[in-house]
Design a protein. Structure first.
Length: 335
């Protein structure tokens, strides 16, 4: 079956194609009689105007592309849900452009250019300076979520990761831990590196022992295996900061499998404050980093750059706050 076109609607309504175009163009003039005839014909034929075609004329498509990876971390799913809801409230259409494992983000960015998105939000992979320049030259607003690229026309939104790492270290030290460890992604992501650095610097300043263990991938089994390896070391760490709640929950499960008491033998801190962190079976102490705040900052930056495309680039860091639960010790350190 052939797609219904503007010419089909014009024939059915007994008007010209230009009259149909005026009816479906915001701000264009059309008589009440013509509008009624065109809308009735369009409804009968099931016609809807092409937003992409309209975008070619107006240079705006009212569409935003979200470049995303595999949602193995529940935080990514929360972010996407929150972002999709925010775009729906704004009346903005959202196009998802996934980055395949091991692939660059170039294909996803090209998709944003091909469909003439008004903006691209990069929440997975990395973005090169050359790719950012290409997007900005094409008139796209570019925002990176969870990483930093200092480039003209590119805004960034992410957690105050180093301060979060510092807060985790200070809590563990304050409650009596002296052999501390970082369980993360081996520096595989920008946020992971910053959280490790903030934690490690605070531990070093306190003169405590610091070690780290990398997780070989993003799957549950890989995080559980890495946590088990870390907890099997001698001397065993008595306080662990994990780069995200997903890994921290695996560390809690590894403690149970090894017969270790939490927080008596090992205290554990996560990052993100996922809904699962508050479950009775976990009660995970963690850094609160709401996905909704990330989305709110992105939306604000989209609006600011729409009004002033040439404005200076901005990096916004969202403060994190400790949510203390029973996976860390309640007592203060003595002496």
């Amino acid at each position: 079956m052939n797609r219904i076109t503007i010419k089909d609607v014009a024939r059915a309504a007994g008007v010209s194609a230009s009259a149909v175009s005026r009816v479906f163009t915001e701000g264009a003039s059309a008589s009440v009689k013509t509008r009624e005839k065109v809308l009735a014909a369009a409804d009968l034929l099931g016609y809807r105007p092409s937003l992409l075609a309209r975008g070619l004329v107006s240079n705006r498509t009212n569409m935003v592309t979200l470049v995303m990876g595999r949602m193995t971390d529940p935080f990514d799913a929360l972010f996407m849900d929150s972002f999709a809801e925010a775009m729906a409230r704004r009346g903005t259409r959202l196009m998802l452009s996934p980055v395949r494992a091991g692939a660059s983000e170039e294909d996803s960015l090209l998709q944003a250019l091909d469909y003439q998105s008004d903006a691209v939000i990069v929440s997975a992979g990395t973005m090169s300076l050359a790719h950012s320049e290409r997007c900005v030259r094409a008139g796209l607003r570019v925002i990176l979520a969870g990483r930093v690229l200092e480039a003209p026309g590119v805004d960034c939104v992410l957690a105050d990761n180093r301060d979060g790492g510092r807060q985790a270290a200070e809590l563990l030290l304050r409650t009596g831990c002296r052999s501390l460890a970082y369980l993360g992604q081996g520096g595989a992501t920008f946020s992971d590196r910053e959280r490790r650095d903030g934690f490690g610097m605070a531990v070093a300043e306190a003169g405590a022992t610091f070690t780290e263990q990398g997780v070989g991938g993003r799957e549950h089994a890989e995080a559980f295996s890495a946590a088990t390896e870390l907890l099997s070391r001698l001397p065993r760490p008595d306080g662990i900061f994990c780069s995200n709640d997903n890994i921290a929950i695996c560390a809690l499960e590894a403690c149970r499998a090894l017969g270790l008491a939490v927080p008596g033998d090992v205290a554990i801190v996560g990052f993100n404050n996922l809904p699962d962190a508050a479950r009775r079976s976990f009660q995970l102490t963690t850094l609160d980093y709401p996905a909704s705040k990330v989305v709110a900052e992105i939306c604000n930056l989209l609006d600011l750059r729409e009004g002033d495309f040439g404005r200076e680039s901005e990096i916004r860091r969202i403060p994190t706050q400790l949510v203390v639960r029973s996976s860390t010790r309640a007592r203060d350190a003595v002496g």
